[in-house]
Design a protein around this ligand. Structure first.
Ligand code: DGY
Length: 326
């Protein structure tokens, strides 16, 4: 019997998807619990397919190692693929699979969670309870009065799947207007939430809640910088569930300290994990979650299953259920 193709998997998968992986008979699974970069390069050289996570840097070194025809597919268990050098893969004829759609709801839910946490000062409230400073009920809320969305303007940066799902969830909270910025107008999507296409500068200037829902790319890296914060309303809330590097964290800290921004609520940071001593972690007007946007049992299982499907399709030369286009 000819040897089976090798499927390299860099990490454990969630429950049911892990069981499915272990039962695969058409490939030999070589699975690890995290690989160093050198190990990843080394093991990719002997693999036909690679299932990786967003913390695996799949660069030109991996593509070169897997080049020469053996490695046919990289399948990331994520919708974001900024950790993968697509051009390098393409140069070696390696296909790239990802996991769109299945995490849209969970990530949009997390964006709403963070927006509400920021607006209603949940971080300060939780700290008051756990720190024993929850005082007698007062109409002033003991300094914990937040703000509400009624009549305000929602700004969505990137009206892709997650941006749209976020707008669909948040708009019913009573926002008067929904604005979005994107390289191109998306009239069909925008009509579903009555959103208006504006340029980034106008979105910053007019929005009360700004949700970052765009992918990290050369165009979006660091777009939330000092100049961007200077354009925002000092009462505005920034929510980022996309990628940490879209926000310049030094400039964010300066904006919070200088009262140029009311609150930042982040699910993504640079680095991840962000050290607990980082000033943003300690900042009373910065709420940080540990990159849990897609972290539900249902979504993570669906992501892992889709990644397995993509990998098998790539290895055996079939159409992939979700392939990153050229
Ligand atoms: C992704 O898939 O890109 C998310 O950031 C993690 O689920």
């Amino acid at each position: 019997m000819p040897p089976r193709p090798v499927l390299l998997v860099t990490n454990e998968l969630p429950g049911a998807a892990q069981q499915r992986l272990e039962a695969l008979s058409e490939v030999e699974v070589r699975q690890f619990r995290g690989l160093s970069q050198a190990e990843l390069v080394d093991k990719a050289a002997d693999a036909d397919g690679l299932v990786c996570l967003l913390l695996d840097a799949v660069g030109a070194d991996v593509a070169r190692a897997g080049g020469g025809g053996r490695l046919k597919v990289v399948s990331t268990v994520s919708v974001g693929h900024d950790h993968v050098d697509k051009a390098a893969l393409g140069a070696h004829g390696i296909r790239l699979g990802y996991t769109p759609d299945v995490l849209t709801d969970a990530t949009a839910d997390t964006t709403v969670l963070l927006a509400l946490m920021a607006a209603r000062r949940a971080k300060a409230g939780l700290e008051a309870v756990s720190g024993g400073t929850w005082g007698r009920f007062s109409l002033g809320g003991g300094g914990l009065l937040g703000t509400q969305f009624t009549g305000k303007t929602l700004g969505i940066v990137g009206l892709g799947r997650i941006g749209l799902a976020t707008a669909q969830r948040l708009a019913p909270f009573g926002f008067a207007r929904v604005l979005y910025s994107a390289p191109r107008a998306q009239p069909a999507r925008a009509s579903l939430v009555g959103a208006q296409h504006v340029d980034f500068g106008r979105l910053l200037a007019e929005s009360d809640v700004v949700c970052v829902c765009c992918p990290l790319s050369d165009e979006t890296r660091g777009i939330f910088d000092r100049a961007a914060f200077a354009r925002m309303k000092p009462s505005a809330i920034l929510v980022n569930t996309a990628r940490g590097a879209i926000v310049n964290q030094d400039d964010l800290l300066e904006a919070l300290d200088g009262a140029r921004l009311a609150h930042a609520a982040l699910d993504v940071t640079v680095p991840e994990p962000i050290p607990p001593t980082h000033p943003l972690v300690r900042h009373p007007r910065c709420t940080i979650l540990p990159h849990i946007g897609s972290a539900t049992v249902e979504t993570r299982t669906a992501m892992a299953n889709l990644a397995i499907d993509n990998a098998l399709a790539g290895i055996f030369g079939r159409p992939m259920p979700a392939e990153v286009g050229p």
